[in-house]
Design a protein around this ligand. Structure first.
Ligand code: NOS
Ligand code: ZN
Length: 364
């Protein structure tokens, strides 16, 4: 008797183990939490206090065609994340929501400086978020869903605090902070503005990724890798600008694209977010199709679940529909992500061999 392979539906995709490397804490709040926290902290600038309306508002406002206006929506999430209680709650719910979606390992990022507007110290911010993640891991485990959370600290490209944030990341490396990133507007803020921070991190054997090749092209990717030493690329989709397709269907890789593929530099691809910021025209036309075909180290991510109304499972489902992906492809994305995580090699291997592979094998 041949094995019955279940069809890919949102529910069946939720049931398999998934790994998420690129997700912003301040882009993943539940709309009802934004409303309740706004009331609790006295934030009165929300565009709506109706749960459904507010959820729509975030998605519509982020659906702007430009990274700069997409980023404006974060004023409202950061606005309500200015107390320790709020940060603990948001972080705990983040871990719970990801676990409910079947994510078994997640690296969630945020910029501590954005939560210090009402006087919290950077240390207090980091400690509150770690407390929340641990609480969320516990609650998820109680529901039979095991998730491990890793933290990435971001510095904002437009502020000049990268060195300071990098030092915080290294200080909390044994308390769950597994790496560093720079985020914010890409055009006009090349990653080389923060060379001191990247050199500090490399000197300390610390891991970092850089948002590059989202709203700006190859120059940004080249700087991130060759000048800054990024291990992974946040988005990195514009690497397709270094690919030449011939009429016979063959594709020629430029030197940078070849370098990225040869060195297996992970691409943290976020399909829905890219459509909203204009980095891709649609899911069906998203460069992830070609990059996957060419066997770049592609990973699939949410970026901002609130702004895109997405989960890892819904991103997988959308890609499966657009490109005809099956379970083997979803497992490939998942193992790519696990291999690219910033935790120890033996722990990555353990999750691959003891959680991910058995999870997909159990399907048939
Ligand atoms: O896709 C993105 N590109 C660049 N920056 C982003 C993106 N999504 C969110 N942020 C920025 O990262 C900060 C820390 O989490 C957010 O506040 C937002 O400003
Ligand atoms: Zn991002």
């Amino acid at each position: 008797m041949s094995a019955v392979i279940p069809p890919l539906t949102l529910d069946s995709i939720r049931s398999v183990p998934k790994v998420l490397l690129h997700d912003h804490l301040d882009g993943g709040l539940r709309p009802e939490t934004v409303i309740e926290l706004a009331e609790a902290v006295g934030y009165d600038a929300l565009p709506s206090t109706d749960v459904e309306e507010l959820g729509h508002w975030f998605r519509d406002a982020a659906d702007s065609g430009s990274l700069e206006s997409y980023l404006e929506t974060f004023a409202h999430t950061c606005g309500v994340m200015q107390t320790e209680e709020a940060l603990v709650r948001v972080a705990a719910e983040c871990a719970e929501d990801l676990a409910a979606d079947g994510v078994v390992y997640a690296e969630v990022r945020y910029a501590p400086e954005l939560f210090a507007e009402r006087g919290l110290s950077l240390d207090a911010v980091v400690q509150a978020v770690q407390t929340g993640f641990a609480e969320g891991e516990r609650r998820a485990a109680d529901q039979g869903k095991n998730i491990r959370m890793g933290t990435l600290l971001c510095a904002m490209r437009q502020h000049a605090r990268a060195q300071e944030i990098a030092e915080v990341a290294v200080r909390y490396r044994d308390a769950g902070v597994v790496g560093f990133d720079i985020a914010g507007p890409e055009a006009g803020f090349p990653p080389t503005r923060n060379l001191d921070a990247f050199e500090y991190l490399r000197t300390n054997n610390a891991h970092f990724t850089i948002h590059a090749g989202e709203a700006f092209g190859l120059a940004s990717i080249w700087e991130a890798i060759q000048h800054c030493g990024a291990e992974r690329l946040g988005h990195g989709v514009r690497i397709v600008d270094d690919l030449k397709s011939a009429p016979d269907g063959s594709v020629e890789l430029g030197r940078l694209a070849a370098y990225v593929r040869d060195r297996r530099i992970p691409l943290e691809i976020c399909p829905s977010s890219n459509v909203q910021t204009g980095a891709a025209t649609s899911i069906a036309d998203h460069p992830i199709g070609l990059l996957t075909q060419l066997r770049f180290r592609v990973t699939v991510n949410t970026d901002n679940r609130l702004m895109s109304g997405c989960t890892v499972s819904s991103e997988f489902a959308a890609l499966a529909e657009a490109f005809g992906y099956g379970w083997a492809d979803l497992q490939w994305f998942t193992i790519n992500a696990m291999k690219s995580a910033f935790i120890d090699f033996d722990q990555r291997l353990d999750l691959i061999n003891n959680v991910i592979k058995p999870g997909y094998a159990a399907l048939v």
